[in-house]
Design a protein around this ligand. Sequence first.
Ligand SMILES: [Fe+2]
Ligand SMILES: [Fe+2]
Length: 280
Amino acid sequence: MDIVELEDHTRNLKTLPATFYQVSALLEDPTSTAGDVGRVISVDQVLSAKLLAMVNSSFYGFNTKISSINRAVATIGFAGVRNLILSTSVTDLFLTHSGEETFNRVDFWKHSLGCGIAAKVIGNHLRRPDCEELFVAGLLHDIGKVIIDQFMNAKFVKILNYAEHTCRLLIEAESEVLGYTHCKVGDLVASRWELSLPVREAIVRHHSPSSKMDYPVQAAIVHCANSIVQGLTLGYSGNCRVPLIESEVTEIFPFSGQMIEPVMTETMLQFNDLKNVFFS
Ligand SMILES: [Fe+2]
Ligand SMILES: [Fe+2]
């Protein structure tokens, strides 16, 4: 199946819930309040419970317990709420498996969640204002693998086996077997869901960040987070070895090897707390 046919198949993908687009619209409207967003969220009890669990986890690290939706919205902001909706909505897509289960989706979800957390931790470290968006970019960076697995299961099994036997990275095996990669496929989904341009670019370029891109920092952070989380052996990405961090990232943001250990420690701490929110 070529990329155009695959794009056609992605039309059948579940769309994001209406609440995601409703909160996105409120985010764009300067007159909307936390109460407006709270009303949208409160309609969905499962989402409300997850929002409160997430706000009270070490992912945010607040000292006092937050027990109302409006207070949660006011505390983490509209963007935080929108990203939580997105994260909970894609969990099913990540975990649902229809073909041969060579690719453990639970472990893959752990890799993705870990990468989202690590990207946000790096963003916090750099005092960036877009940490919520970095989380989403990290969480979704490999979503193209889910799509390849879902719509071309036999090919994906072949890619996994080929990568393992030749110790290639999955992206290299994909290029050889398919002629395109999960990065390109991920962009099809990201554009269908109307995700932001920095998130889309991070998905497309998380293996090859460059200072010449429109949003190089986001892609470079996800690139580092992806390697760090594999270094932690947190979950499974389909790779038999850890992808190296490209030296190019040091031209994009002030990355140093000394960042790796504290990022790993913080990522593990938040991961252990946050996984229960998504797996409950
Ligand atoms: Fe990847
Ligand atoms: Fe990855």
